[in-house]
Design a protein. Structure first.
Length: 168
């Protein structure tokens, strides 16, 4: 009888401690931060003005809106403009800016876009970790346009490319 009592007490103790060893609870906190979405507002498209017709060349417009020809092409006049985009969003999150999807039109192919962000110097449009845009910072755009020489006087080409801005 005494052995039975000892075994019963041991079984009860083991049962109590065993169930406690298999049940553990831990609280987990789910943090979620909120911020302002990025917006892009195009203020101006790029405008090369008028250039020499029927001449193959590579024209460059810089972020100040100045047009130059690499070879025998020539800037003839008209209004020039660098691209101008206002970026707005977070006051704390830095951003990355990139370009791509260069698309030819009318025998003109864009390439090698340059960017000047927030009054900074022009550089290849592959900006990483630049200042948070807050209420709005300016992105100026320049680009090269490779002209195949098939353009007649009085025609206009409108090649394009995409600007992508994401939070860093």
């Amino acid at each position: 009888m005494r052995l039975f009592f000892i075994l019963a007490v041991c079984g009860l103790v083991v049962g109590l401690f065993t169930s406690a060893a298999f049940a553990v609870t831990q609280s987990v906190t789910a943090n979620i931060a909120f911020d302002t979405a990025l917006t892009l507002t195009k203020n101006a498209d790029i405008n090369f003005g008028r250039v020499k017709a029927a001449t193959a060349d590579t024209y460059t417009i810089n972020t100040a809106g100045t047009v130059t020809a690499a070879g025998s092409g020539q800037y003839l006049g008209g209004t020039t403009a660098a691209g101008n985009i206002t970026i707005a969003g977070s006051t704390t999150q830095t951003i990355n800016v990139s370009v791509g999807n260069y698309t030819a039109n009318g025998g003109v192919t864009p390439q090698s876009a340059t960017c000047a962000y927030n009054g900074g110097g022009a550089a290849a449009c592959s900006l990483t970790g630049v200042a948070a845009p807050g209420a709005g910072k300016t992105l100026l755009l320049g680009v090269q346009a490779v002209v195949d020489g098939s353009q007649a006087a009085g025609t206009t080409a409108a090649p394009t490319f995409d600007v992508t801005v994401v939070y860093n």
